[in-house]
Design a binder for this molecule. Structure first.
Ligand code: ADP
Length: 656
């Protein structure tokens, strides 16, 4: 007896007891191996003219024997030589399929499932002994590999009877089932309906027929001499029947497939635990024909935003996998979409490089993008709750799409974006924000910072709400950069109808609420502020002097609610963009672009009277102390760091 190689024993134990939580998947593994074996044979016959085979004769068979307590999975695929039996089944984690792909550079041309070299051993989860009879294509000798999955295995030439079990080539894997235990009931496997059920659950779309002998009943012909009291008689017989649907699910029309089938296909193909939140199926015929089946996952994969994440759709041509992840089929901002595109018009022979230039592929990609967009709009309109969840998972990518294309994609993507409305306390689209705008409002106001809660308490946001303007709260790093890339939101005009007058196209500018000198106040408030400014010119100058480099100006704000002061920014860089960039620059603040700060004062606040008093007394020291504390507190409120926290604390102490 040969011993399993290297760490195989430990691995085998691990396999049987831990890798799979679900023992019934052994059948899927064996069927996948059988399907791979058929694919390899087909591949061989394509690349080697001598190996002509009848493709229609190739199939997988699953059988069971209740008395002997065996399940057999057979195929008339490529088979294994004695040496291959030894290498492939004697070394755990050695994948002959992987090797086949490498040696034949067949990665792109055959749809081979195996790659890890462990699936076969899942048989030992249900079997105490496994016997593999195999005859390699073109060989006249068959061999039998046998193991109890513990110590080792033997390989012997097959007896004549054993060899007869196989056709001219192929493999039969016979499982001798374990006794039923509390952990797993093996008895139930020995039934036609249960095996059928397992095949349909796990292997329905294996693209070769999986057949079983199923029992049928037929009525016997009525004997000629049958009397009046004749009762029909029946006999049962066995018939080989194809169990799986073979036809790839993406070829089928949506009406032919249940959502459960789609879910099962999605989960098993794309290795997700949860059902997809959307399933998009489409078929195009014409100059370029293709079938597409796309899924939007319900959760973002953990590595979605990491460098290692690979986007792309599986690209098939007439059932043959060309590329597992064809990145050119989806734009970056839809990188979360998984699925399959199958087109006979994508030539099989083109290499990966030329594939990228392929005009058919580009045309398909454009269509794919449209399909995804349409479906997202539909979800937003029809299932808002699901959409908001989707947006939580994948919204960041959509925003990046606008930012990274310098706003060029805003036309398509802007209406998929949601922001938190400070007034409505819920997520809204730009269109919804605009629909709820007050008469005369011609800008979209937003506030940017690190938390919704903090933002909604800032004097600037409160003030805007008090004046009847809603504010979108932007808390993701990309948000403000995206809005700046867009600059404006375009509202298309509408023609007149019975109830409404025609409206013209208009573009609404995005405005950060923390912009210096923002014009939200009433005429009355503005006039008062102007008067106060003229009256207190010397005070404002003195404060500016005291704060020297820290601010570019000190002004009286026309309206500010009940805060004594706030910082606002002037110029292209907002305070929050500075915060985001500081995080990017990671402490290396030298050379980093900074926001120009303006300290805005509230002339109606009691603190303002104190400032006037200090200035009238010519007490520069006190004024500097007040100004410093005011600025630092305003920075803290805005979520920005104070330059010198120790000095700030000392100043507060002095004041007290
Ligand atoms: P994987 O399928 O991931 O490669 P397995 O442990 O399931 O790993 O199988 C190991 C290897 O044994 C396969 O790669 C393949 O070379 C070979 N093999 C298994 N089953 C068959 C079969 N029915 N016909 C031909 N070769 C097979």
């Amino acid at each position: 007896m040969k011993q399993f190689k290297t760490e195989s024993k430990k691995l085998l134990d691990l396999m049987i007891n831990s890798i799979y939580t679900n023992r019934e998947i052994f059948l899927r593994e064996l069927v996948s191996n059988a399907s791979d074996a058929i694919d390899k044979l087909v591949f061989k016959s394509l690349t080697n003219n001598d190996a002509a085979i009848d493709r229609d004769s190739l199939f997988i068979q699953v059988a069971f024997d209740k008395d002997a307590r065996t399940i057999t999975v057979s195929d008339n695929g490529i088979g294994m030589t004695q040496d291959e039996l030894d290498k492939n089944l004697g070394t755990i984690a050695h994948s002959g399929s992987q090797q086949f792909k490498q040696e034949n550079d067949a990665n792109s041309e055959v749809e081979i499932i195996g790659q890890f070299g462990v699936g076969f051993y899942s048989a030992f989860m249900v079997a105490s002994k496994v016997r593999v009879i195999s005859r390699a294509f073109g060989s006249d000798e068959a061999f039998v590999w046998e193991s109890d999955g513990v110590e080792g295995y033997t390989i012997k030439p097959a007896t004549e009877t054993e060899a007869k079990l196989l056709g001219e080539h192929g493999t039969s894997v016979i499982l001798y089932l374990r006794e039923s235990s509390e952990a797993f009931n093996t008895d139930q496997l020995l039934s036609e309906w249960r095996l059928k059920e397992l095949i349909r659950t796990y292997s329905n779309y294996v693209h070769h027929p999986i057949k079983m002998e199923v029992s049928k009943r037929r009525q016997l012909p009525k004997p000629e001499d049958a009397g009046d009291d004749y009762k029909p008689e029946y006999e049962s017989y066995l018939e080989l029947e194809t169990i799986n649907s073979i036809k790839p699910i993406w070829r089928k029309n949506k009406s032919e497939v249940s959502q459960e089938d789609y879910n099962e296909f999605y989960k098993s193909t794309f290795h997700d635990w949860s059902n997809p939140t959307r399933t998009i199926s489409f078929h195009a015929e014409g100059r370029i024909s293709y079938d597409g089946l796309l899924f939007i996952p319900s959760m973002a994969p953990f590595d979605l935003y990491s460098k290692d994440y690979e986007k792309g759709l599986a690209l098939y041509s007439s059932n043959v996998l060309i590329q597992e992840k064809c990145a050119d089929l989806v734009p970056d901002y839809y990188n979360f979409v998984r699925g399959v595109i199958d087109s006979p018009d994508v030539s099989l022979n083109i290499s990966r490089e030329t594939l990228q230039q392929d005009s058919q592929l580009k045309a398909i990609a454009r269509h794919v993008e449209k399909q995804i967009h349409t479906d997202l709009v539909k979800m937003r309109n029809e299932d808002r709750e699901a959409y908001e969840k989707f947006f939580e998972n994948f919204g960041r990518g959509l925003k990046f799409g606008i930012y990274a294309t310098y706003g060029m994609k805003a036309g398509e993507l802007a209406d998929l974006i949601l922001f938190w409305s400070a007034r409505e306390s819920k997520m809204v689209t730009f269109a919804e924000y605009i629909a709820a705008m007050a008469e005369g409002q011609d800008k979209i106001y937003y506030a940017a910072g690190d938390s919704r809660d903090r933002l909604s308490k800032t004097p600037a946001v409160k003030n805007a709400l008090d004046h009847g303007f809603d504010v979108l709260l932007c808390t993701a790093d990309v948000d403000e950069f995206m809005l700046q890339a867009m600059m404006r939101y375009h509202v298309a005009g509408t023609p007149a109808d019975d109830d409404h007058e025609a409206t013209e196209d208009r573009d609404l500018e995005f405005v950060n609420i923390a912009t210096a000198g923002l014009d939200l106040a009433s005429e009355d408030e503005k006039q008062k502020a102007e008067e106060a400014t003229t009256e207190n010119r010397s005070l404002l100058d003195a404060i500016k002097e005291a704060l020297s480099e820290k601010v570019s100006d000190v002004r009286i704000a026309a309206s500010m609610g009940d805060a004594p002061a706030q910082v606002a920014a002037e110029g292209p860089i907002s305070l929050d963009m500075e915060r985001v960039m500081a995080a990017e620059f990671d402490g290396e603040t030298q050379g980093m672009p900074r926001a120009m700060r303006v300290l805005e004062l509230n002339a109606n606040h009691p603190v303002f009277a104190k400032l006037i008093a200090a200035n009238t007394d010519n007490d520069t020291e006190k004024l500097a102390l007040y100004a410093g504390v005011l600025l630092d507190s305003a920075l803290l409120v805005a979520g920005l760091p104070v330059e010198d926290p120790v000095a700030f604390a000392e100043n507060v102490g002095k004041l007290m």
